[in-house]
Design a protein around this ligand. Structure first.
Ligand code: HEM
Ligand code: HEM
Length: 148
């Protein structure tokens, strides 16, 4: 049940994330609204793995196997990048925030930071998916071979 729930959420996040990474294809207004929408599934994704998060951040590194230590550092990096990309996106918003009546300054520094953090996020999500590749393949193979 939990695995099925996680799987559906992972697919939703991935589809939204791929769309968000292609603002030229979607157009800027859709890019902004989809990015804001993505925050919901991402928060849920973190909450549904909260036991893991608490487990790895309350234990000393020496007590964790190397792959878990790597995932801990990598997920932390991913979290920081996502926050930076989302916050800088809001700061340079040209459609969503003005639509809500909030004026934004078109600061070149925030634009640059948005571009850099967004491109790094793409690479870091790629490795995050690679780390979970066996889990993904098992889900794709169907119910008989599912693992938790
Ligand atoms: C495009 C976005 C993302 C996708 C498609 C994705 C996908 C996945 C997959 C397939 C898993 C393993 C299966 C599962 O239990 O769900 C997983 C685990 C996990 N993800 Fe994500 N994820 C994304 C973004 C994030 C972000 C931004 C964070 C923030 C830190 C994060 C944190 C975690 C954690 C803590 C776990 C469990 C621990 C682990 O084994 O790494 N994920 N994710
Ligand atoms: C995880 C979240 C996000 C990702 C991965 C992301 C990704 C991107 C990418 C790849 C670009 C093109 C950058 C380039 O020209 O090289 C871009 C541009 C842009 N994004 Fe986002 N974005 C995110 C969130 C947001 C949010 C929340 C907003 C506003 C509500 C936003 C507003 C913009 C704007 C206005 C541009 C055009 C910047 C310019 O004129 O150079 N983004 N974003």
């Amino acid at each position: 049940m939990k695995a099925q729930r996680n799987w559906q959420l992972d697919i939703l996040q991935l589809v939204l994330f791929v769309l968000v990474c292609a603002p030229l294809a979607t157009g800027l207004p859709l890019h902004e609204w989809l990015s804001l929408l993505l925050v919901g599934p991402l928060v849920l994704h973190l909450l549904w793995h909260w036991n893991w998060v608490v487990g790895v951040f309350t234990r000393s590194s020496r007590k964790l196997p190397s792959p878990t230590q790597f995932s801990r550092a990598w997920n932390l990096l991913l979290f920081i990048l996502m926050v930076v990309a989302s916050v800088t996106g809001v700061l340079i918003s040209q459609a969503a925030l003005p639509f809500l009546g909030i004026h934004t300054a078109q600061d070149p520094f925030w634009k640059l930071l948005h571009q850099v953090s967004a491109n790094l996020t793409l690479a870091v999500v790629g490795v995050h998916l690679a780390v979970h590749w066996r889990w993904i393949v098992n889900r794709l193979r169907g119910p008989a071979r599912k693992v938790m």
